[in-house]
Design a protein around this ligand. Sequence first.
Ligand code: HSE
Length: 430
Amino acid sequence: MMEPLRIGLAGLGTVGGGVVRLLADNADLIARRAGRAIVVTAVSARDRNRDRGIDLSATAWMDDATELAARDDVDVVVELIGGSDGPALTLARRTLAAGKAFVTANKAMLAHHGLELAGVAEARGLALRYEAAVAGGIPVIKGLSEGMTANRIGRVYGLLNGTCNYILTRMENERLDFDVVLAEAQAAGYAETDPSFDIDGIDTAHKLSILAALAFGARIDFGAVATEGIRAVELADIDHAATLGFRIKLVGLAETAAGHLFQRVHPALVPLDHPLAAAGGALNAVVAEGDFVGRLLFQGRGAGDGPTASAVVADLVDIARGNNSHVFGMPVADLAALPPADTASRHGRYYLRLTVADRPGVLAELTAALRDHGVSIESLIQRGHAANGDALVVMVTHGAGEARVLAALAQMAASDAVTGAPVMMHILDL
Ligand code: HSE
C-alpha cells in the first residue's frame, strides 16, 4: 500500500470533530477504498483545551491555522473554519501556493473567491474539492460534475439550507413561532454562526451560485443571485398554503434562458405532490434536469457532523486515489460569463397575502389593482385575522409576468385600506 495521505485539519467544531471520528471509526474501510491510509497529522482550532471526545494525542497542534499549509507532514489541508475571507481564505491561498491539495466545506468562500482559487489550483495541477460545501452529505457536486457531465443541464433547484427547512417544518408541524424554532436549529448545530446567513437566504445563495457554475459551465456570479429569506413567512401563510395544496419551502433556483443566467432564492409554495414538498426537517434536496438523463433528485442530510464529514472524507478519498478533475467541471478559462436574467421578467403563479381594514369595498380595491395590471385571480381566501384584528386576504394569481404582479402589489400597498406590507411568494410549477 502507498504511504498514508496526511491531513492538516483547520477547524474542530461540529464538522471537524466528525471528520476526525469518521477517519478513525472507518479507517480500515477507507484505506482499502482509497488505496492508502488517510491520517490527520496536524490540527488547528480556537480552543485547545475543549473536550471534543476525540483522540488528538498523536496530532500536532497549530495555534495559527494558516501555518498548516507550510508543514512538511501535511499533504492536504482541510478547511472547516468558515467565513468568506479572513483565515479561511489565507489558508486556501497558502495551501495552493505551497503546492498542496485543498478540501473545504466553505460555500461562502467559494461563492466569493472560487474562481480565483480554482484558477490557481488548475494552473498548478492541484486538487480543490468542496463536496461538503453544498448540501452537506449529498454527493451533488459529484452528481453534477461527474454523473451528469454528458448532459446539458437546463435547471437546478432545491432546498439547500437545512436550518430554513427545519424552521419551516417545525412551524408547520408544531405550530411554533419562528424565533422559538430558530433557537432549536442553532442548538442542533444546523445554523450558521450568524443565523441571518441561513434565514435571509444568503447561505442558499452561496450554494446555488456554486451549483449554477457546475450545472451551466458558467462563471460563479453570487452577486447576481436575487435573494429573499424566510423572515416574512408566518404561520398564517403556512396554513393558507396547506389549504391551497402547497407547502412553503425556501427554494434556490437557477436556470439558463436565451444565454442569460437566472438565479434566485425565495420562499416558494411547492405543490404537495412535488418531491421537494416531502423533504422535511433539516433535509436538503436538489433537483437537476439534464437533456438526456431527465430529472434527477438528490436528497439527504445537508448539515450536521456525520453528513458533512462523510462528504469531506469522500473528497479526501478521491485525492488519495489521485483523482484530480477540474474544479467546476471544466477549465476555469472555459466557464462562460453569462449575463444575469431580469428576474422580474419571469412568468408564473403567485401567492399574495394582504392585511387589510375589514370594511366594505376593500376587496374590490385589491382586485381592481390586479385588473389594472392585467393579472387574473385563480383563487381568493379571506379567513382569520391578523394580530391587530385586521382581515387577512390571500390570493393566488393565474400565470402572470412578475413585473405586473409587483406593480399591482405596489398599487395595493399605496391604499390606506392595506395596513401591513403585502407578502408575495412564488408558486413552484415545475
Ligand atoms: N447552515 C447550513 C444549513 C449548514 O443550515 O444548511 C450547512 O451548510
